[in-house]
Design a protein around this ligand. Structure first.
Ligand SMILES: C[S@@+](CC[C@H](N)C(=O)[O-])C[C@H]1O[C@@H](n2cnc3c(N)ncnc32)[C@H](O)[C@@H]1O
Length: 198
């Protein structure tokens, strides 16, 4: 059953702020800084469009968010956000400058590398934020179960999370990456120069 945080975008925002606390804004600032002014941006698993609302929307030529949750998309569109309902595992990714995948890669499990490869073929820069310190990895089974349940976007509890080493393994075949730790997240971006000025 879809978790409440994916039925109510304000609850997702609240959960993300509670999880990242003082790093919440710093993560998004850093991602925005890596997106060139006037870029064409695709956001896989856009959620409630946090990065768009963080100021990115004003700096880019266009932004297209793809999000699987119907209720999330309905509410985002009601607020004027350019987010469409689509499954990132199968959607045709348009030619663009940057593809973002923020705090979402774990949901793809073993498909992560193939999805990133498809994205990489369509853009000049890939930017990922991925949580690598997770409650799901806790030894306390009740905490791990709660974390898996709370991230059920409609296909059942999500038990998988990346560690730093599993993430490195998943992204390594795509090419060269620059990695930075920001709180519980690892920020990874490909090094290939974007087509627009940074
Ligand atoms: C933790 S939220 C992150 C949202 C957003 N990227 C952010 O940083 O605030 C993960 C989002 O991925 C969405 N999602 C899960 N699987 C998806 C898929 N296959 N295609 C598109 N969206 C998906 C969920 O519905 C949820 O909104």
């Amino acid at each position: 059953m879809t978790s409440p945080i994916y039925r109510f975008p304000w609850l997702l925002d609240l959960a993300m702020r509670a999880k990242y606390r003082s790093y919440y804004g710093a993560r998004l600032d850093r991602v925005c800084a890596l997106v060139p002014e006037g870029a064409r941006v695709v956001d896989l698993c856009a959620g409630s469009g946090a990065i768009y609302r963080h100021g990115l929307g004003k700096r880019v030529e266009w932004y297209r968010g793809f999000e699987i949750s119907e209720s999330m998309v309905r509410r985002a569109r009601a607020r004027g956000l350019p987010i469409e309902q689509a499954d990132a595992r199968t959607v045709e990714i348009p030619d663009c400058d940057v593809v973002l995948c923020l705090d979402s890669l774990y949901q793809f499990g073993e498909l992560a590398t193939a999805i990133l490869q498809r994205a990489a073929n369509q853009c000049s820069r890939l930017i990922l934020l991925e949580p690598v310190d997770n409650v799901v990895q806790s030894d306390l089974s009740s905490l791990a179960g709660l974390a898996a349940w709370i991230t059920d976007y409609g296909e059942g509890p999500v038990h998988f999370r990346h560690t730093e080493s599993s993430l490195r393994e998943a992204i390594e075949p795509i090419g060269e990456w620059t990695l930075e730790r920001i709180g519980a997240d690892l920020l990874a971006h490909t090094s290939r120069a974007p087509s627009t000025a940074e």
